[in-house]
Design a protein around this ligand. Sequence first.
Ligand code: ZN
Ligand code: FE
Length: 263
Amino acid sequence: MHVSAIPAFADNYLWLIHDEQHAVVVDPGDAAPVLAMLESKNLTLDAILLTHHHADHAGGVAALLEKFFVPVYGPANEKIAGVTDKVDEQVKIHLPELNLELSVIDVPGHTAGHIAYYAAEQQWLFCGDTLFAGGCGRLFEGTAAQMTVSLAKLAALPDATQVYCAHEYTLSNLRFACAAEPDNAQLQARLIVEQDKRAHGIATVPSTIGMEKATNPFLRYKQPTIEQQLRLEGRLKDRQSLAEITADVTVFAALREWKNNFR
Ligand code: ZN
Ligand code: FE
């Protein structure tokens, strides 16, 4: 069984899990490149998995359903046209054609009902727009507090877990990460490696949970150096103690806000 990236739009990755015959697609924002890959690899589509309602993730569902009569899994707390099976953390998904077991992780923050799919046996995580390589999703519908809880759940997965996120945002994320944590040597090294990949047209995704824990500021916001950097930037003006700050996610919120305005 493999996971293949299907590039779409400017910087999306749609993920195709497949063996020699069967396939499941994660977040088909566009049907055309999915249909093209299914045809070129001679695969039958058996299910669609959606992480959240945004069009760049769910926009291709209707067109795929015209060709394949398959279940569509989606978040219990979001309304998405075409979804047949609303799932949340209580649910385990079994896809018999691929002999694949997936658990669902509730990860609100980017959207109110965002979910991630985790294959424990393969150590694959499909996390949509929640955790990115070197960054995290914007807070469109959820709060910083929700996002910290969501990211902590993902960070608790095994270090070797492959992180299949939905966008190629890595270089801009890592440039911000270097501003937030300038003394992180592993981060500097990663930036060079990922820049080289992009220069050769290679995807920087999947990442791993271990790499994200070592270099992603949104998993590392409790590091005192990040708090210090936010103060230097004038983004933490009050005089709260660090304990108070980490408890009420002020640092995380300030970090996310800084990234929103970072060029
Ligand atoms: Zn999104
Ligand atoms: Fe997206």
